[in-house]
Every structure is written in structure tokens, then in C-alpha cells.
Write a protein that binds this ligand. Structure first.
Ligand code: C2O
Ligand code: CU
Ligand code: CU
Length: 514
């Protein structure tokens, strides 16, 4: 007999569950979540080459606007050698095509839904008017579907396709786009609906950073596989139409046993013994990584961070390791000239165990000429900070009962209701937002990048520098950020980016007001 989540809560008590999750999170040293194992034999690591996602080509560039068209469709791809995995893919690919853009040139991406489920596209990190931000109930229905299944209505319904409009007034940065549908973001992203969107600008292009094929986006995800090669995901409703959420064993988060980089298991990349720029994105549903180089370079830092979620840092920052929570991005330079030609350098995950200890491997193939450099000044980053009278909002993240009686994830004691406005935020004002938790949550705010002002009892942590849109809120911690919403009045969300938590209601609406 399977106990319902409500019974489970009734028997053991909410606090006990919280404590169990906390203990689990601490035991694995990393994320809130449970390991889901694959039921087929996994390939060895470093046997497949690193794929680089295709770059989308605009269909039209007249009038100063770049138009793209992306078709969301079912496809079968070879992820594990010799097996086929059905995916939901942007243009049938996982990761989806990388959308290139330039500051000051508006972009319109028409998304055509040829899936058999509704979709919503969010440009994560985008400074986007509400109508194009991918509000969770702004559904794009596939042709032939007339009404929205499930229980949440009230947004804008489009049929067949929707043209998302991005003004692209923001600075160069590594953004990503992914599905954001009410109740089903976790399974949609897990099945492949995620891609990069890179913004370039003149300031960045004037810098001598590594470029061309030495500027590579790395999308790190973890997955589990069924015996037939399909993705394994513990959805309560595999049709992704009616019942949201996952089985109670995985409600803390789904952790897979296979690490994919750009959709390939533990891939290998041949590199020249020179500097490379990697735009690292953790697109996993729940897993956190502690990335390291093994062996460490004989001299110099493993990672020189040049950018964060919101673009270039003011100055480069050296790290021996990178702790990256779901949805965060670290833009880094690795200097492979520190290693002898022929070296094998593994990108490891110190938070992992067994198969999740490895991420990918670099093979230092040859010497080559390198005109790149990491200058001591990268950009101007205006600091925003509070003054007397700055409004402070508190957001507390806990587990608790949903209106259905089942257990879910709450913000300030409430389950997400797409029709309820939880905060009214005047445009133009600096505010302090304080995030408070018991277990681990990666917290993401739409519309605007923010700056971390405090973490725990002290100042920002080593991975908090620069403009951020997602923060790694660790067990028992309080993190405070300074944020200033600008330009667009409308309703937006902030939420936990552990996608199982998000789907199980850890989300909140804020309305920006002129
Ligand atoms: Cu990456 Cu609201 O999401
Ligand atoms: Cu976002
Ligand atoms: Cu969470």
C-alpha cells in the first residue's frame, strides 16, 4: 500500500520531514533531493565528444529586429551510446539551439508548439515585458487542443504558436530559455526543453577574452534512464496534463545518476593548450555541483570567473572550485597552457558520489597560439545598496500543506496561486529582499538582476559577486539581496528553481507598479 503524501505527513509530522530532508541535504553535502537510479547499464565516462548546441539563424533581420522561429517537438536522440531517448526538444534538440543576440537589437522568437501538451517559454535572466516573460499560465496550446487541461487558468491563451518579444536592452550575459508551464516545469525541462540565449555587446567584444570556438557554453544536467533509454522521471502524471508533482519519495527534488553536459554523458573535449571561456549553466532540476579541476593546474587558479548570471564582473575573480546551484551561471576562463600537452583534466563534482563525481574531461591535445587575455578590468558594475528607509521584504521558504491537503513547498506559509498578488513593487525603488530557509533552495527572481548584500551573518559569499538572478540559499541560511525593478509594469514570479519545489507550489507573484 502506498501512503498518500497527506498520510505521510500526518504520521511523521511536518517538522520530522523537514529534519529528514535537512539531514539528507547535509549528508550528500549538496542539494535537497533524492537519487533516482537508472535501470540500464551506464556507459563509462569520457567516451563521447562534447557536443556544442547549434546556433539559431534569424529568419529575418529587417527593421533592426532579429526574428527567430523555434519549433517545440518530440524527437528521439542518442544520448547514451546505442540507445534512443525520446525528448521534448526546441527544434527537436536537447539542448535547444542557442539564440544569439546583441544589446540594443530587439529579438522576436516565435515558438511553435508541435508537442501534445501546452507550453510556456521563459527567458531566464531576461529583462522582459510581462506579456513575453512566460508567466506560468500564459499557455501556448498545440494545434488541436482547445482547452487547457489541469486546474489553473486565467492567463493568456495562444493557439499553435506565440511570438515572444525581447527588447534586449540589457548588457551582454549568458541567459537561458526553458519551459515554465504551471505545475509541469520540472518534467518539461527534464525531458529537454532548455537552451542557451547569449547576449553580446560592444563592451564585451572590445575585451581580449577567448572567443570563437574557444567560447563554449556548457549546460550541465543530471538525468536517470529507463531500461529502454527513455528519461526516467517520477511524475505522478506521466501525461504531464492533469496531476502535478512527483511521487513522495522525490518531492525534495529529483537527482539523476548520469551527468550530461550539453546533452552528452560525461563527455570529453579536445582542447588546445590555451585559454578557453566556458559559460557554465546548471540546468539540473535539483542538483548542486561543486566543480573542480583534477588535477589542479600546477600554477594559477583552476577557474577565473569573468561573469555571473547578469554578465561581466567588474574584475576577474579566481576560484579553486565553483559551487553552482540550479539555474545559476558562471562565466569562467580556464587556462589549459598550465598543463603539459597530453594531460587529461577532469571537471569533477566534489558534491557527487559514484557516477556523479565526474562531469566531463578535457584532453590537452596540442600547443597553439593564444592572443587572448583576461584584463584586470572587465566592466563597470554599478553597486546598488540600501539607504535608511529602504523597504525590506522577507520571503520564508518551507515545506507545508497545499490546499489539496498534500504536502508541498511554500513561500511565507502559502502555496502559489497564480491569481494572487503577493507583493506590490514600485518600479525604480531599491528594495532589500531577504530569503530565509531551513533546507536548501535556489531562489530566482524574474525581470531584474540583483546584488547580494548579506549571506548568513556576513557579507556576500565567494560565489555571490556581480549581478545575479538566482542565489544558492543554503540550509539554515538567510540571504539578503538589493534589487531595483525597472521599466515594465506587470505581474511576474519569483520562485525556487529546484523544479520539483517550483511545481509543488514554491512560487510567488509580484506586481511591478509605475
Ligand atoms: Cu529559470 Cu522562473 O525560471
Ligand atoms: Cu527567470
Ligand atoms: Cu526549493
Amino acid at each position: 500500500m502506498t501512503l498518500s503524501r497527506r498520510h505521510f505527513l500526518g504520521l511523521s509530522g511536518g517538522a520530522a520531514i523537514g529534519a529528514t530532508l535537512g539531514g539528507c541535504a547535509l549528508a550528500s553535502g549538496s542539494a535537497t533531493g533524492n537519487l533516482l537510479r537508472s535501470s540500464l547499464r551506464l556507459p563509462g565516462p569520457f567516451t563521447v565528444p562534447l557536443p556544442v548546441p547549434a546556433v539559431a539563424v534569424p529568419t529575418d533581420t529587417t527593421g533592426g529586429t532579429d526574428h527567430f522561429a523555434i519549433t517545440q517537438r518530440h524527437a528521439e536522440v542518442e544520448i547514451l551510446p546505442g540507445t534512443k531517448t525520446p525528448i521534448l526538444g526546441y527544434d527537436g534538440q536537447f539542448p535547444g539551439p542557442t539564440v544569439p543576440s546583441r544589446t540594443g537589437r530587439p529579438v522576436i522568437v516565435e515558438h511553435i508548439n508541435e508537442l501534445d501538451i501546452p507550453s510556456v517559454v521563459h527567458l531566464h535572466g531576461g529583462h522582459t515585458p510581462a506579456a513575453s516573460d512566460g508567466f506560468p499560465t500564459d499557455y501556448v496550446l498545440p494545434r488541436g487542443m482547445d482547452t487547457v487541461p489541469g486546474h489553473h487558468q486565467g492567463g493568456t491563451i495562444s493557439r499553435g504558436s506565440f511570438a515572444y518579444e525581447y527588447p534586449m536592452t540589457q548588457r551582454a550575459a549568458t541567459l537561458w530559455y526553458h519551459d515554465h508551464r504551471m505545475d509541469f516545469t520540472g518534467p518539461a525541462v527534464y525531458h529537454g526543453l532548455a537552451g542557451f540565449h547569449l547576449i553580446h555587446d560592444d563592451e564585451e567584444e572590445a575585451l581580449p577574452l577567448p572567443g570563437g570556438d574557444r567560447d563554449i557554453p556548457l549546460m550541465i544536467t543530471d538525468r536517470a534512464f529507463e531500461a529502454d533509454g527513455a528519461f526516467r522521471y517520477p511524475a505522478l502524471d506521466p501525461t504531464m496534463l492533469e496531476q502535478p508533482g512527483v511521487t513522495e519519495q522525490y518531492m525534495a527534488g529529483v537527482l539523476g545518476d548520469v551527468v550530461l553536459v550539453n546533452g552528452a554523458p560525461w563527455p570529453e573535449l579536445d582542447v588546445d593548450a590555451v585559454r578557453y571561456r566556458f559559460r557554465i549553466l546548471n540546468a539540473s532540476n535539483a542538483r548542486r555541483y561543486d566543480l573542480r579541476l583534477d588535477p589542479r593546474p600546477p600554477q594559477g587558479a583552476s577557474f577565473t570567473q569573468i561573469g555571473s548570471d547578469g554578465g561581466l564582473l567588474a574584475a576577474p575573480l579566481e576560484h579553486p572550485n565553483l559551487r553552482i546551484a540550479p539555474a545559476e551561471r558562471f562565466d569562467v576562463v580556464i587556462d589549459f597552457s598550465a598543463y603539459p600537452v597530453g594531460s587529461l583534466v577532469t571537471l569533477t563534482n566534489a558534491f557527487g558520489t559514484g557516477s556523479t563525481k565526474n562531469v566531463m574531461r578535457f584532453r590537452i591535445a596540442r600547443k597553439a597560439r593564444d592572443d587572448s587575455n583576461v584584463p584586470p578590468r572587465l566592466s563597470r558594475v554599478e553597486g546598488i545598496s540600501s539607504t535608511a528607509g529602504t523597504l525590506t521584504r522577507e520571503f520564508t521558504f518551507t515545506q507545508g500543506p497545499l490546499p489539496s491537503g498534500e504536502t508541498g513547498w511554500l513561500i511565507n506559509g502559502r502555496a502559489y496561486d497564480p491569481a494572487r498578488i503577493d507583493s506590490k513593487v514600485p518600479l525604480g525603488d531599491i528594495e532589500l529582499w531577504r530569503f530565509i530557509t531551513d533546507v536548501h533552495h535556489p531562489i530566482h527572481v524574474h525581470l531584474e538582476q540583483f546584488q547580494v548584500t548579506r549571506r548568513g551573518g556576513g557579507g556576500p559569499g565567494p560565489f555571490d559577486t556581480g549581478w545575479k538572478d538566482t542565489i544558492d540559499l543554503r540550509p539554515g541560511e538567510v540571504v539578503e539581496v538589493a534589487i531595483r525593478m525597472t521599466d515594465y509594469a506587470g505581474t511576474y514570479v519569483m520562485h525556487c528553481h529546484n523544479l520539483e519545489h517550483e511545481d509543488m507550489m514554491m512560487m510567488s507573484n509580484f506586481q511591478t507598479l509605475r
